[in-house]
Design a binder for this molecule. Structure first.
Ligand code: NAI
Length: 359
């Protein structure tokens, strides 16, 4: 029997708080659900963002993650010109939950979505798979990234990273061509593997790394010429483009001096450990494409499921292609004003969502 309790949570004292619109704490002791849904900003439209299912140490850690990730979603929506606002759901996964227990948690969470008093469109993020999305979908009308519509967003995130790379190449060498270019991909999961195919087709030489041997084997089956290197060393390979597609916090005072790439462009969220690492990269002359600009393809696809005319793969592809122009614009301003690309992207996004101009 459900015992759902949704309360508004005052997160103003948290350092990650940035005028977030709503913070909901959700608990269902009967089903083992404990979650936060954080809505950052809805100036451009209803809230959208994935739901993460993760083993957090405590509620504070989970809430911090949700505050940070929901804010990033607002920036991503604005830069990708998607008419939605940023939000995020985080579920505190209990230890050793069976699939049956996980299903019960997800059902209770899905039921909570209808009780928030405002729409929150959500779907897969770290810790949720296609089955989990189907469970959510059966119990909520606000699930996106539905397997039978746009599908899981990874392939679209890979496509946007690819176009972002083209934009970077154009600005650096005058041509979007990958012929003769070497690209290193860290993380051969959903995004990394699709990105490998796009790059190989475009004529790039590939270097790859993953900590899971099966992922490496799968990559080699699809891309026998991929050079496999150690996960700890891939960032220091001499390549034209380095593409982090694993986890975040990739660049810091220690790793940046070890880089031997001209361009950084990948899907992993939160690649810069601190804001000053953006400045550090800028000073080294390495062109950094902000993560949330490069990986916005997934968001573009899931948001399109809510388009009044219904999902259109053609529209999704053309919207994702626009990321190349956005990247070129960001680099142009960065060079003109001598400001790191991350700061340029943030300013462009803020201009859009703070002005309440629905695109
Ligand atoms: P995934 O979980 O399918 O793949 C990530 C891969 O990285 C896994 O194969 C994992 O073994 C590997 N990995 C983890 N730590 C590593 C390390 N230290 N060295 C080498 N490999 C490592 O995830 P997915 O979907 O491919 O996403 C990749 C990144 O892109 C994640 O950071 C995700 O948050 C981000 N992202 C994904 C989107 C999507 O639609 N899937 C959209 C936007 C961002």
């Amino acid at each position: 029997m459900s015992n759902l309790k949704i309360t508004s949570f005052d997160a103003k004292t948290f350092s990650d708080f940035d005028n977030h619109k709503n913070v909901f704490r959700i608990e269902d002791t009967a089903e083992g659900l404990l979650a936060f849904i954080v809505i950052h900003n809805t100036n451009r439209g209803s809230a959208i963002g994935g739901t993460r299912y993760w083993h957090y140490e405590d509620e504070v850690g989970a809430l911090r993650d949700a505050l940070r990730l929901s804010r990033a979603m607002t920036y991503k929506c604005a830069i990708a010109e998607v008419p939605f606002g940023g939000a995020k759901g985080v579920i505190l996964a209990p230890n050793n939950a069976s699939q049956e227990q996980k299903d019960a948690i997800l059902i209770s969470y899905a039921e909570a979505l209808a009780e928030l008093g405002e729409p929150f469109y959500t779907g897969e993020d770290v810790g949720l798979n296609e089955h989990d999305v189907q469970v959510l979908e059966q119990h909520s009308k606000t699930i996106v990234g539905r397997p039978d519509v746009g599908g899981l967003p990874a392939k679209w995130a890979a496509l946007s990273v690819f176009y972002a790379m083209e934009g970077a190449l154009v600005m650096q060498s005058g041509s979007p061509s990958f012929a003769g270019k070497k690209v290193a991909i860290k993380g051969l999961g959903g995004v990394g593997i699709d990105l490998s195919s796009l790059l190989e087709k475009a004529g790039a030489t590939l270097v790859g790394a993953d900590i899971i041997p099966e992922r490496v084997e799968r990559a080699l089956v699809n891309h026998p010429t991929m050079e496999i290197v150690d996960s700890m060393a891939i960032h220091s390979m001499p390549v034209d483009i380095y593409s982090p597609c694993a986890m975040g916090n990739e660049f810091n005072a220690q790793t940046i001096p070890e880089l031997k790439t001209k361009i950084i462009c990948g899907a992993a969220n939160n690649q810069l450990t601190t804001k000053s690492d953006g400045q550090r990269l800028f000073e080294t002359g390495i062109l950094y494409i902000p993560d949330y600009v490069a990986n916005a393809g997934g968001l573009i696809s899931v948001a399109d499921e809510l388009h009044p005319l219904g999902y259109s793969q053609e529209r999704v592809e053309s919207d994702i292609k626009r990321i190349r122009n956005t990247v070129e614009k960001i680099i142009e301003i960065s060079i003109r004003d001598s400001v790191p690309t991350g700061e340029v992207a943030d300013a462009l996004a803020e201009e859009r969502f703070l002005k309440r101009d629905i695109a």
